[in-house]
Design a protein around this ligand. Structure first.
Ligand code: P6P
Length: 324
C-alpha cells in the first residue's frame, strides 16, 4: 500500500500539478499529524477543556482549538509557498511569505464541542492560488470553484486524511507509525440515499421548504418519497461529510428564523467550500438551496452560508422545493 509521501509526487506528475501546491498540501498534512497526536492523548496531554478565550465567531474556544490553530499557523508560516492563511480562529488573515503562491484557509478543529466527550472532530482546509498584487482580504475572496484543492482530516476511531487537488478524491489512514497510507481511491457519493443529517431541535425555526422536505423524509414509505429514512446528527461536520462520502446521505444546516440576518451557521470559506469541492469531485452535490456552493462569490472571510450537501438526488430535490 502506498504512503502519502509515495503517492503525492506520482499524482502531481500524472496531472501536471505544480510542486508548490503539493508542498502546501504536505505542510497541512504534517500539521494534522501533530494535531492528531494531541487529540488522541486528550486529558493525558492536558489539552481538554476551555481555553478561557473567544473567537470572532463569538464562540468559546477549547484548548485544542487554540493548539490546533497554533500548529497550523507555525507549520504554514515555515512553508515558502504559503503567501497567507485565514483561520476560523483568527479575526483577520495572517500574512506568511511574500513570494508564496498559495493561500490556505482552515477550520483547525471543527466540532470541538465534542472533544471533551470523545466524539470525532476534524480539521478542514482549503487551498487557493494567490492572485497577483499585494496580499489583502480580497485575495482570499475567491469562489469555491477556484480552489486549487481542499480536504479534511478526521480524528475518529481512525485518523483519516481525505483530499482532492481536483483530480479525484483520495483517502489515507494514519498507521501505527504516524504515516498516512492510501486506503481508498476515488470514493463516489451514492446518488440516492435513505439517510439525512440535520439538527432536529431547530425544527420550529426552519423556513417552509425545509419544513416540508424534512416532513416528507419523516413520513417515510407512508409519504410522497415512498421509502423510509434514517437520521444521524453527530454535531461534527467532518464526521457527517465523511460518512456521506462513504455511504451517501444529505447534510443540512439551513437558515432559520432565529436570526434571518444570518444565511446559516456554517462558514463558506473554510467549511462549506472545501467540503463542497470534495463532494462534487466524488459525484455529490452541494449548495445553499439557491445556487451551487462553489459558485457563490464570497464577500467576507467569515461569512456564513446555508448548507445542503451530499447525495445528488436529495440535494436537487430540496433545491426544487425552494423554487416552488
Ligand atoms: P449544532 C460544529 O460547531 C459545527 O460547526 C459543525 O461541525 C456541526 O455540523 C455544527 O456546527 C453543529 O451545530 O447547532 O448542532 O451544535
Amino acid at each position: 500500500m502506498k504512503t502519502f509521501a509515495q503517492f503525492l509526487p506520482q499524482h502531481l506528475a500524472q496531472h501536471g500539478i505544480p510542486a508548490e501546491l503539493g508542498s502546501v498540501l504536505e505542510s497541512v498534512v504534517s500539521a494534522c499529524c501533530d494535531i492528531s497526536g494531541k487529540v488522541r492523548l486528550g486529558a493525558l496531554a492536558g489539552v481538554l477543556g476551555a481555553a478561557g478565550t473567544g473567537n470572532i465567531q463569538g464562540e468559546d474556544q477549547k484548548k485544542l482549538d487554540v493548539i490546533a490553530n497554533d500548529i497550523l499557523i507555525k507549520v504554514l508560516k515555515n512553508n515558502q509557498n504559503v503567501a497567507g492563511l485565514a483561520s476560523e480562529e483568527e479575526d483577520t488573515f495572517v500574512a506568511c511569505n511574500g513570494n508564496g503562491r498559495y493561500l490556505v484557509l482552515f477550520d483547525p478543529l471543527d466540532g470541538s464541542s465534542n472533544i471533551d466527550v470523545n466524539i470525532s472532530v476534524g480539521t478542514i482546509f482549503s487551498i487557493l492560488a494567490k492572485s497577483e498584487g499585494a496580499l489583502a482580504t480580497e485575495s482570499f475572496l475567491q469562489s469555491g470553484r477556484a480552489q486549487a484543492g481542499s480536504g479534511y482530516v478526521l480524528y475518529g476511531p481512525q485518523t483519516q486524511l481525505v483530499f482532492t487537488l481536483k483530480h479525484g478524491v483520495f483517502v489515507f489512514t494514519l498507521d501505527e507509525n504516524g504515516v498516512f497510507v492510501l486506503t481508498q481511491e476515488q470514493p463516489q457519493v451514492p446518488v440516492a440515499t435513505k439517510e439525512f443529517a440535520i439538527n432536529m431541535s431547530n425544527q420550529r425555526h426552519w423556513l417552509p421548504p425545509v419544513q416540508q422536505y424534512v416532513a416528507e423524509l419523516l413520513a417515510g414509505e407512508t409519504g410522497v418519497r415512498g421509502k423510509n429514512y434514517n437520521m444521524r446528527w453527530v454535531a461534527s461536520m467532518v464526521a457527517e461529510i465523511h460518512r456521506i462520502l462513504m455511504r451517501g446521505g444529505v447534510f443540512m444546516y439551513p437558515q432559520d428564523t432565529r436570526d434571518l440576518s444570518k444565511p446559516g451557521k456554517l462558514r463558506l470559506m473554510y467549511e462549506a467550500n472545501p467540503m463542497s469541492l470534495i463532494l462534487e469531485q466524488a459525484g455529490g452535490a452541494a449548495g445553499d438551496a439557491a445556487q451551487a456552493m462553489l459558485d457563490i462569490q464570497p464577500t467576507g472571510l467569515h461569512q456564513r452560508v446555508a448548507v445542503f450537501m451530499g447525495s445528488r438526488e436529495e440535494v436537487e430535490y430540496v433545491e426544487r422545493l425552494h423554487r416552488v
